[in-house]
Design a protein around this ligand. Structure first.
Ligand code: XIL
Length: 372
């Protein structure tokens, strides 16, 4: 072998050694990276095997919170824009532009939409309840058949127009909202104009119409405190009697406007009771209040969120959706209670980290993902 050939071979060998060692070094480096911080995880991925994770949004937060919404949530609810006063402020004049924008955003981003809400005593314009002379029917001493017919027509027409527009787009509707009385002497809320005019029939009429208009939609009865002992017995009684009559109700929405002092056990019992009726359960408006944002309060809130999500996961065969009533404490209907997962600067709070893995503390989760 001549000299230059020898030199060539030893150069090639050296190059091979170099290439191999650089390669294995980068493999080693990669292995080390696997244990390194990965940044903030997406809730919708964490919960994909359990239930939809949703947020209520407004026309404004759809823009200001778009990044968080798109990253973390798989379901969307309009906080006000699909209520009767949002869609039909004047009779026959439907305004769909904001609701349409939300629905289109959701569909473009692979999210589901919960429709909220068709029949409610609040946020419903007066005209629904006025006779042709402009008098409030619900305040009359004598309500005629003609009055009742007029109100039924309006109720059915509202449901028909709204549900037809969103058929195949809104997969679940809160058909009736907050009909149960807080007063133990009554099953139904007595101050609802729907109840005063139509009696208990308004609920059945609404669900039957909704099912007729979009037979593929999941139809929910939605209310607050129906997990609490004082109210759940009456709610179950009402739902049972509707189900016995064959009224198409598919699920119950537990709103979940709670505070860190509320019993989680009571919620768990209620979930079992509603599941026993054969109903699907959505947590529809979750927010958990604290009175200040001291470290101790934030930690307490985190622990409450951790426990309640651990419980929800246990029942994920019946709980198919959990919606937060907002995204950050910058835009919430409970501005003094700081009840959401992101703070006023849209940064994740301890409560966010707590639900990332409910088997660990929020501090552990945060350290694992951010390496702090
Ligand atoms: C609230 C909205 O968050 C507020 O912006 C609005 O001023 C009043 O309604 N139960 C419901 C929701 O079913 O529609 C309510 O939303 C909160 C209580």
């Amino acid at each position: 072998m001549n000299r230059s050939l020898q030199r060539f071979i030893s150069c090639a060998a050296l190059a091979l050694v170099l290439v191999l060692s650089v390669g294995s070094f980068s493999l080693l480096a990669k292995a080390a990276n696997a244990g390194e911080p990965q940044g903030i995880p997406a809730l919708r991925e964490i919960y994909q095997d359990y239930f939809e994770i949703g947020a209520a949004i407004s026309g404004t937060t759809l823009m200001t919170h778009e990044e968080l919404l798109g990253k973390h949530f798989s379901s969307l609810t309009a906080e006000n824009e699909m209520k009767p006063d949002g869609l039909q402020r004047a009779e026959g004049r439907f305004l769909f532009h904001i609701a349409d924008r939300m629905v289109n955003y959701a569909l473009d981003n692979g999210m589901k939409v919960r429709g909220h809400t068709l029949v409610w005593h609040a946020q419903t314009p007066d005209w629904f309840f006025k006779d042709k002379d402009g008098n409030r029917i619900d305040q009359k001493d004598v309500i005629t058949d003609e009055d009742r017919q007029l109100v039924i027509e309006r109720l059915e027409n509202h449901i028909e127009t709204v549900m037809t527009r969103y058929a195949g787009k809104v997969y679940a509707w809160d058909v009736v909202n907050e009909a149960i009385s807080d007063d133990g002497r009554y099953i139904l809320r007595q101050d609802s104009p729907w109840f005063r005019i139509l009696g208990e029939d308004f609920i059945e009429i609404a669900f039957r119409k909704a099912h007729e208009v979009d037979p593929t939609a999941k139809l929910f009865y939605n209310d607050y405190n129906i997990e609490r002992v004082y109210k759940r017995g009456r709610t179950i009684q009402m739902l049972k009697s509707l189900l016995d009559k064959g009224v198409p109700i598919h699920g119950v929405g537990i709103q979940g406007h709670w505070s860190v002092n509320d019993s989680i056990e009571e919620v768990e019992q209620a979930i079992k009771m509603y599941a026993d009726l054969g109903l699907e359960i959505h947590i529809t408006e979750l927010d958990i209040g604290i009175k200040d944002v001291s470290e101790a309060s934030l930690a307490r809130q985190a622990e409450y969120y951790r426990k309640v999500f651990a419980m929800f996961k246990k029942y994920s065969d019946v709980i198919t959706s959990v919606t937060l009533w907002g995204i950050s404490d910058q835009a919430t209907w409970r501005p003094n209670d700081n009840p959401l997962l992101f703070d006023k600067n849209k940064e994740p709070k301890p409560a966010f980290w707590a639900i990332v893995d409910t088997d660990k503390s929020w501090e552990e989760n945060k350290a694992l993902y951010l390496g702090l």
